[in-house]
Write a protein that binds this ligand. Structure first.
Ligand code: 7TS
Length: 408
């Protein structure tokens, strides 16, 4: 598919930040895997909330409280539909993927014991490693790693060998933030279920770029962060199958998550409120819904095709630069390119690109085990979104060549 399938000129007008200059140059924002930019439709939603119906939710009879509650719960339904969950109460508002994973890891303390195993992939973000390590420390269970190949693909035969009746939980990202690999999670989930294990999929990097259907996947838990989906920071979601969420104990105690409180005993609220203690990020939740409306108006499949085109275009050009090594060469990738240039520290390249107005991320990308696997301190990571263009990629390639000359 070509660039013309989306009206990029029109789309770019929705993002005020894309007009700004950085160090005297027009901004080229290629750090979308860290956070996406925000369209004015989402910004307007936040302004509208605070200008017109700012109120606490679920607890007021007055008009503002009712309007805010309706908008917040409406957003939950939008999230439900975006991920094709069966029920709105299977969507728990969290502060983001990190919170979602910690919520589940904490809940599993009640279910694990010494001798049980949690399988985690070799290409996880620290958010999908550390909470499970903490869970294993609390319960005496062991953490086992599903290895990957040099191309950045999971070794599914090793995964099959690791699965046993000791496996209670399998956790994996849908897309790796450090490599861009789209993991074969449908197969991973089916195999885990055959072994009697539950599955949590970290969808932080997949949800903005590829269609996700939690019912079709038959996944037990799925996570997302609004700030990577054109929404605001500090809000995200956990999808959980009703049966699992009913079994899982609450994560935090407080207002809103209770049915009845006495000093002797407290009973908990029904789903989803059992997991939503305290006043939530109300404007954030509503804006998350607006962000999904925005993405739907463009179409996730169209986004996927367009970004794939950018990935192929940039990968080809970058590979032609002498000394470039790309990490993560799976055929199944989202538009993330992690690379290094022989003899150049990623940080130095990142700094020079910034001087030319180009935002990329450098470092270990909160995935140190991936960097250790390749025996490198970090990479330069360019990650694209549907509002990026081939012209921007051309400028990026020119800038990389120029910076390389300056640094060698
Ligand atoms: N999981 C993956 C796969 C991620 O990429 C990230 C954030 C997280 C979890 C954590 O998400 P949060 O919203 O709770 O922070 N990834 C990145 C990144 O690649 N660069 O900055 C943040």
């Amino acid at each position: 598919m070509t660039e013309n399938t989306l009206d990029i000129t029109q789309i770019r007008k929705d993002f005020p930040i894309l007009n700004r200059k950085v160090n005297g140059n027009p901004l080229i924002y290629f750090d979308n895997a860290a956070t996406s930019q925000t369209p004015k439709q989402v910004i307007d939603t936040i302004v509208d909330y605070y200008s017109n119906y700012n109120a606490n939710i679920h607890r007021g009879v007055h008009a503002l409280a009712q309007e805010a509650t309706e908008a917040y719960e409406g957003a939950r339904t939008k999230i439900q539909h975006f991920f094709n969950a069966a029920k709105a109460h299977e969507i728990i508002f969290t502060s983001g993927t990190t919170h979602s994973i910690n919520l589940v890891a904490n809940g599993f303390t009640a279910f694990l014991k010494k001798g049980d195993e949690v399988l985690v992939s070799a290409m996880e973000h620290h958010s999908n490693i550390v909470p499970w390590q903490m869970l294993c420390e609390r319960t005496g269970a062991s953490l086992k790693v599903i290895p990957m190949s040099k191309e950045g693909e999971l070794l599914m035969d090793s995964y099959r060998d690791l699965l046993s009746d000791r496996t209670k939980l399998v956790v994996c990202n849908h897309v790796s933030n450090a490599l861009g690999t789209i993991n074969p999670i449908q197969e991973l989930i089916t195999l885990a279920h055959d072994a009697g294990a539950a599955v949590l999929i970290d969808g932080a990097q997949s949800s903005p770029h590829i269609k996700v259907d939690v019912q079709k996947l038959d996944v037990d838990f799925y996570t997302a962060s609004a700030h990577k989906l054109c929404g605001p920071t500090g809000i995200g979601m956990l999808y959980g199958k009703s049966a699992w969420l009913a079994k899982l104990p609450p994560y935090q105690g407080g207002g809103e998550m209770i049915a009845e409180v006495t000093f002797e005993k407290t009973t908990y609220a029904d789903l989803p409120y059992k997991f939503e203690a305290g006043t939530p990020n109300i404007s954030g939740g509503i804006a998350f819904g607006a962000a999904l409306d925005y993405l739907n108006s463009i179409g996730i499949e169209a986004i996927e095709d367009y970004e794939h085109d950018l990935l192929i275009y940039a990968t080809k050009q970058l590979s032609e630069i002498e000394g470039v090594k790309i990490y993560g060469t799976s055929k199944n990738k989202t538009a993330v390119i992690s690379f290094n240039i022989q003899g150049i520290h990623p940080y130095d390249m990142g700094t020079l690109l910034d001087k030319m107005g180009i935002a990329v991320r450098t470092g270990h990308h909160c995935a140190q085990p991936v960097m250790d696997y390749y025996k490198i301190p970090g990479t330069i990571r360019a990650s694209f979104s549907f509002y990026n263009t081939k012209e921007e990629i051309n400028r990026f390639i020119e800038a990389v060549i120029k910076a390389k000359k300056m640094l060698r």
